[in-house]
Design a protein around this ligand. Structure first.
Ligand SMILES: Cc1cc2nc3c(=O)[nH]c(=O)nc-3n(C[C@H](O)[C@H](O)[C@H](O)COP(=O)(O)OP(=O)(O)OC[C@H]3O[C@@H](n4cnc5c(N)ncnc54)[C@H](O)[C@@H]3O)c2cc1C
Length: 440
């Protein structure tokens, strides 16, 4: 039994199926769970917008608050600090006499670098950082057996029934959006989903989509003339990205669904999506994903970037998608591809600028998945995914939004146009500043 254990929470904001948490609960005489709001994550990027925008920041705050409440129900709690982990954790470990810090290993290059800084600081002080795995369906240690058809998924771990007591340390106040220099986002009634952060809300979404809505079996359905759009995807990605939902738990639910309802192309395609997510993490672990350094931009590039991110490029479907992203924090997969190809190939901008905007705005930002897809859209041969041939955003828009419903929803001033003119490109507009960005 270790004495006092410090449990550093990262993208594993859950009680269920959590290796680091289960280990700490079983081995610590006292355990201090701690979450650090790292100010670097909320700085302004080199191109002027916040590294984390308000939708994702709010979702994160909700997720941490939900976990704090759950830990309190277990007789524990959560210390919260605003500060860089490599300074906060050694200080806290020293205050509470913890020689061991446990955490979930994060494969994204920026997170892995922080991990190494934390380890160095702790070891300089005679302390240890021990890392656990928990962000894929296939365990890191089972990887060699994993293949497209043949992979093993371990059973999810259960929630500990009780938790060791907290050492006597100030818990700290949850930061508000204002503390992070962000304003509360307006809730747009057109948003397809208005997700709330946290494990409980993640479970609710899973149940609503998979079980109540019975949507998993139709996941692979193609559009038909009667139903011209593809079925709704799960929209579980925001909870998966922060680890409010364990991917292994979601996979176990798929197996349960196959037992109780149906096993078909939809369930297989969904598992393939979860494996694609795993593959992005393996690419990071294998050193095949670069750190995202945002390049400097000149005035012309800045204008093109601003027109793109505010949805004023003149290409109606892409502009509608970019407005949906900025006003809700969400974008469907196909629309992500369209605007990514537009940025790289039509606007001639560096893919890292687009990736930085996605990182700022997307509720589900996941550095491994995002970098892999942006590199593929940019046609880079050394990325983990096959380089994609250029996608024509105009043709793709017509295919994805044949009736123009998406354009009319997000660009209502184009609504009166007849169907055969709705996709016609228009002259780009000049962005006139953040304060007038909101368009209805
Ligand atoms: C340019 C670009 C950037 C992207 N950035 C992100 C990102 O930051 N975070 C993110 O989670 N996804 C990202 N994706 C992948 C994909 O678009 C989203 O995972 C998906 O749209 C999330 O919706 P969903 O939860 O309804 O997915 P579903 O279709 O219901 O799939 C279930 C889960 O599988 C995973 N998944 C699905 N598709 C993929 C895929 N192609 N690659 C890897 N994992 C997948 C996700 O975790 C998803 O939640 C990006 C795609 C592109 C083209």
């Amino acid at each position: 039994m270790a004495d006092v254990v410090l449990y550093w929470l990262r993208n594993d904001l859950r009680l269920h199926d959590n290796e680091a948490l289960a280990w700490a609960a079983a081995h610590g005489a006292a355990v201090l769970p701690v979450y650090c709001f790292d100010p670097r994550q909320f700085d302004r990027t080199a191109v002027g917008f916040p590294a984390t925008g308000p939708f994702r920041a709010r979702f994160l705050i909700e997720s941490v608050a939900d976990l704090r409440a759950s830990l309190e129900e277990l007789g524990s709690g959560l210390a919260v600090r605003v500060g860089v982990p490599e300074q906060v954790l050694p200080r806290l470990a020293s205050e509470c006499g913890a020689h061991l810090v446990v955490a979930q290993q994060e494969p994204a290059p920026a997170d892995a670098a922080i991990e190494e800084d934390v380890r160095a600081e702790l070891e300089a002080d005679g302390r240890e950082l021990r890392l656990f795995w928990g962000s894929t369906i296939v365990h890191r240690d089972d990887r060699s057996a994993a293949g497209a058809e043949d992979f093993r998924v371990r059973a999810p771990l259960s929630v500990p029934r009780a938790f060791p007591p907290l050492p006597n340390i100030a818990r700290g106040r949850m930061p508000t959006l204002g503390d992070l220099a962000l304003r509360a986002p307006e809730q747009d009634p057109r948003a397809a989903l208005q997700p709330r952060g946290g494990e409980a809300a993640g479970f609710q979404r899973l149940v609503a989509w998979m079980w109540t809505g019975n949507a998993l079996g139709a996941y692979a359905d193609e559009p038909t003339p009667e139903r011209p759009t593809t079925p709704d995807t799960s929209r579980l990605s925001p909870w998966l990205a922060l680890g409010c939902l364990s991917p292994r738990f979601v996979h176990a639910q798929v197996l349960e669904y196959e037992r109780r309802r149906v096993r078909n192309a939809g369930t297989r395609a969904f598992v393939a999506a979860l494996l694609a997510r795993d593959a992005c993490r393996w690419a990071a672990l294998d050193g095949r994903l670069p750190l995202l350094d945002i390049p400097a931009v000149g005035a012309g590039e800045r204008r093109r970037l601003d027109a793109w991110r505010t949805g004023r490029t003149g290409l109606p479907f892409a502009d509608a998608a970019l407005r949906e992203l900025r006003l809700t924090g969400w974008l469907g997969h196909d629309a992500r591809r369209v605007v990514a190809h537009q940025l790289v190939h039509d606007l001639g901008l560096d893919w890292r600028l687009g990736a930085a905007w996605f990182a700022s705005q997307l509720l589900d930002h996941d550095a491994c998945i995002s970098t892999a897809h942006w590199m593929a859209a940019a046609g880079l041969p050394d990325g983990p995914l096959a380089p994609e041939p250029r996608l024509d955003p105009l043709a793709a828009g017509r295919r994805l939004d044949p009736t123009g419903a998406t354009i009319r929803r997000w660009l209502p001033r184009l609504a009166p146009l007849p169907d055969d003119a709705i996709h016609t490109p228009r002259p780009p507009q000049t962005p006139s500043g953040e304060s007038t960005e909101r368009t209805t």
